[in-house]
Design a protein around this ligand. Structure first.
Ligand code: NDP
Length: 384
C-alpha cells in the first residue's frame, strides 16, 4: 500500500538519510511536499526524482530560481514562511519534520494540526514550544514519533513497560569532538574543529551543539516533554562510543537500552516503518570488535550547557525558548567566525539571567518570545 510523505528540510542531513531509505522502497511512498531554505539546485533535483507535488523554499527570494528550475516539470513551486506551513498543512500520512532551528516550529505545528503522524527530528521546535506543541498533538489527535536517536531509543525501550513504572530515563551523550579538551583548548576551538563529530555525520548547527553539549541539553528538555516522568527522573551519561542510544530503568531494577550503529537511518527507519520494522543497509554492530562500552559523568564545568538546559527546564515558562533562541544566535555567530567557542554557553547563560517574558501559551507567543530573545542575544554579542 502506498503512503504519502512530506519532508520538511529535504536538503539537510536528516533529509538525505530519509530520502535514501525512501529511494530504496520507492513503490511504498508518494511524496507530497519537499522543502528547503534556499538550496534550490538540490531541492529541484529531489522534487523531480521523487515526483513531489510541491517544492517549497523558506527564503522567498529563492522562489524565482526554484520556479525556473521546475518549469515544465509539472511540480508546483512556492516560497516563504507561510508557504512552508501551507505545504505542511496539505497533510500526509507521515511528515518528517527536519528543518533546523525554530524556523521549523510553525510548519511542524501546521502538520500537527492535520492530525497525522509526524516524525520529529527538529529539536528546537520542541524545546521552544514544548507545552504548546504537545497540547496541539493531544488536541488534534496527531502521533509524534521521536526521530532523534536518543528519543527514538527511549520510545523503543518504553514499548517494554509503562511510563508510571519508570524509575529513570538516561540519555547517552557522545561528549562530542572536544570531550577531552581542556578549558584553555576549548577557548581556542574553531568552527572547522567543532563540526567534526567523532561518531555522527550531521548538519553544522547540531554538530556545534554536540561540541558544546547543548545538544544534550536540548534533548533533556525534549525528553521532559515527550516522556513526562518528571525532571528528577531524567539523567545524562557520557558514552563516547555512541552505541547505546539511551536507556530506561524500570522500578524493578531492569534497564532496557537500545543499541545500534551511529547512523540516523536506523531511527528514521523505525519512524518510517512504525509500528512495523523495515530493512536498512546500515552497518550492523560488531560487539566483540567494539570490545568495550564506557560511561562517564558529564563535566559541567567545561561544558555548562547541560546545566543551563536543566535550569531552564526547572524554570519552565519562557526559559527554554529563550535558551534555544540565544543558542541559535550564538552558534550562528560562532560558525561565522564572530565569537569564540566558549562564548556560546556564556551568551545563553547571560540571556537566561535577564528578566524573562511571561510563559507563552500559543504558537504566536512562542514565536514572539523567540524573536525578542534573538534580538537580545545579538545585542549581548555586539557589546561583548
Ligand atoms: P541541516 O543543516 O543538514 O539541514 C537543515 C534543513 O533545514 C535543510 O533542508 C535546510 O535547507 C532547511 N532550513 C534551514 N533553515 C531553514 C529556514 N529558515 N526555513 C526553512 N528551511 C530551513 O540539519 P540536520 O538535517 O542536521 O538537522 C535537522 C534537524 O534535525 C535539526 O533540528 C537537528 O537538531 C535535528 N537532528 C539532526 C540529526 C542529524 O543527525 N543530523 C540527529 C537528530 C536530530 P537549505 O539546505 O536550503 O539550507
Amino acid at each position: 500500500m502506498t503512503r504519502t510523505l512530506s519532508l520538511l528540510g529535504a536538503t539537510g542531513s536528516i533529509g538525505a538519510s530519509t530520502l535514501d531509505l525512501v529511494r530504496r522502497n520507492r513503490g511504498e511512498w508518494r511524496v507530497v511536499a519537499l522543502t528547503a531554505n534556499c538550496n534550490v539546485a538540490d531541492l529541484a533535483a529531489l522534487a523531480k526524482e521523487f515526483a513531489a507535488e510541491i517544492a517549497v523554499v523558506g527564503d522567498e527570494a529563492c522562489l524565482p530560481e526554484l520556479r525556473e528550475a521546475l518549469s515544465s516539470s509539472g511540480i508546483e513551486a512556492a516560497g516563504g514562511a507561510q508557504a512552508l506551513c501551507e505545504a505542511a498543512a496539505r497533510g500526509a500520512d507521515l511528515t518528517v519534520a527536519a528543518i533546523v532551528g525554530c524556523a521549523g516550529l510553525a510548519p511542524t505545528m501546521a502538520a500537527v494540526e492535520q492530525g497525522g503522524t509526524i516524525a520529529l527530528a527538529n529539536k528546537e521546535a520542541l524545546v521552544a514550544a514544548g507545552d504548546v506543541l504537545m497540547a496541539a498533538v493531544e488536541r488534534h489527535g496527531a502521533t509524534l514519533l521521536p526521530t532523534d536517536s536518543e528519543h527514538n531509543a527511549i520510545f523503543q525501550c518504553l514499548q517494554g513497560g509503562k511510563l508510571d513504572q519508570v524509575e529513570k530515563i538516561t540519555l547517552t551523550a557522545s561528549g562530542g569532538p572536544f570531550r577531552e579538551w581542556s578549558a584553555e583548548q576549548l577557548a581556542q576551538a574553531t568552527p572547522a574543529q567543532a563540526v567534526k563529530h567523532p561518531n555522527w555525520s550531521m548538519g553544522a548547527k547540531i554538530s556545534v551543539d554536540s561540541a558544546t553539549m547543548m545538544n544534550k541539553g536540548l534533548e533533556f528538555i525534549e525528553a521532559w516533554h515527550l516522556f513526562p516522568v518528571g525532571l528528577d527522573r531524567l539523567g545524562i551519561v557520557v558514552h563516547p562510543q555512541s552505541v547505546i542510544h539511551s536507556m530506561v530503568e524500570y522500578r524493578d531494577g531492569s534497564t532496557l537500552a537500545q543499541l545500534g550503529p551511529s547512523d540516523m537511518r536506523v531511527p528514521i527507519a523505525s519512524c518510517l516503518a512504525w509500528p512495523e520494522r523495515m530493512e536498512t543497509p546500515c552497518e550492523r554492530l560488531d560487539l566483540p570488535k567494539l570490545g568495550q562500552l564506557t560511561f562517564f559523568e558529564p563535566d559541567e564545568a567545561r561544558f555548562p550547557a547541560t546545566r543551563l538546559a536543566r535550569e531552564a527546564a526547572h524554570a519552565g515558562g519562557a526559559a527554554p525558548a529563550v535558551l534555544n533562541a540565544a543558542n541559535e544566535v550564538a552558534v550562528a555567530a560562532f560558525l561565522a567566525g564572530k565569537i569564540g567557542f566558549t562564548r556560546i554557553a556564556l551568551t545563553v547563560e547571560e540571556s537566561l539571567s535577564r528578566s524573562l517574558p511571561p510563559a507563552p501559551a500559543t504558537l504566536e507567543e512562542v514565536l514572539a518570545v523567540d524573536s525578542e530573545a534573538r534580538v537580545k542575544a545579538a545585542q549581548l554579542l555586539e557589546f561583548a
